[in-house]
Write a protein that binds this ligand. Structure first.
Ligand SMILES: C[S@@+](CC[C@H](N)C(=O)[O-])C[C@H]1O[C@@H](n2cnc3c(N)ncnc32)[C@H](O)[C@@H]1O
Length: 279
């Protein structure tokens, strides 16, 4: 049984960072007429009730989505993300936070396909209730790393894989680098978005070395820090995007700078974008 439950963290600064980038990636895919496939390997439960006692235990959403909710100066790049969150809360009071599957469902076009995999039995049942039974959407109780073998390359030959591990097992960084290597060999032109927590420097160096050693090219590294990480809380996180859409780094720069100022009122940390591996 998996110990990790994302409800303790839903809507925190890391979710805002991840989901804001996810919306930009999906919008870029929507710019072309051709259908795509979105594979979410660690899909979670789809919708998070911030009034639930688990969310209240940590109240991480207070340093995340709550800081944006009443802002009247949301930059244009962030508006689709905020629209996705607002559409879950039509009465105007923040209560429900959409996970990555719901964000993809809101942004995809009718011909685009969504494949969701989740290894937690209870979580997968909740996900099925939220996202299942819809046209061109499939939900699978399955290991996300197996999903990369089972579903790639997609028939559409274009699309995005979100690899959003819960990092609740040892050696997850190595597992992700190995999974990217295999997936990239099966489907070199796909877009891969890989979320990760910032940990101690040797672990980060090992991870980035492992990713570089896959020999995949065009890997953009986006990092976001709001506090100095302590043993119990994560201070920052990042996302690697393999094969980002054209000009993605320019597209998200203003949005990330604005987000960092909004989510780090004390001015700790920062937002950075750089090529880990250029073209
Ligand atoms: C960070 S949460 C996912 C959040 C979701 N992607 C979102 O943005 O809304 C990670 C999820 O991965 C699930 N999980 C853990 N190990 C997994 C594995 N090997 N394959 C698939 N899912 C896994 C956990 O149960 C958890 O729901």
């Amino acid at each position: 049984m998996l110990a990790y439950r994302h409800l303790f963290h839903a809507g925190n600064f890391a979710d805002v960072f991840k989901h804001a980038l996810l919306t930009r990636l999906l919008i870029a895919l929507n710019a072309k007429d051709k259908p795509y496939c979105y594979l979410d390997t660690h899909a979670g439960i789809g919708r998070y009730d911030l009034a639930h006692e688990w969310a209240w235990k940590t109240r991480e959403f207070e340093n995340g989505i709550v800081r944006l909710w009443d802002r009247k100066d949301i930059p244009a790049g962030l508006a689709p993300y905020m629209d996705a969150v607002r559409s879950e809360n039509p009465k105007g009071r923040l209560r429900f936070y959409p996970g990555s599957p719901l964000i993809a469902l809101k942004l995809r076009r009718p011909g685009d396909r969504i494949v969701l995999t989740e290894l937690g039995k209870t979580d997968c049942a909740e996900l099925e209730a939220v996202a299942g039974g819809k046209r061109n959407v499939s939900v699978h109780l399955m290991d996300g790393y197996q999903a990369l073998k089972a579903f790639l390359p997609p028939a559409e030959r274009r699309g995005l894989v979100l690899l959003d591990s819960s990092f609740d097992r040892a050696r997850e960084f190595a597992r992700i680098a190995a999974a990217l290597k295999q997936a990239h060999a099966r489907w070199p032109t796909g877009i891969y978005a890989i979320w990760y927590p910032l940990m101690e420097p040797p672990a980060m160096r090992g991870f980035l070395h492992g990713v570089t050693a896959t020999r995949a090219r065009k890997i953009l590294k986006l990092e976001f820090t709001v506090a100095s990480g302590q043993a119990t809380t994560m201070g920052g996180c990042g996302m690697l995007v393999v094969n980002p859409p054209w000009r993605f780094e320019n597209d998200v720069k203003v949005m990330l700078d604005w987000l960092w100022r909004a989510l780090s009122p004390g001015g700790e940390g920062g937002a950075s974008i750089e090529w880990l591996v250029p073209e």
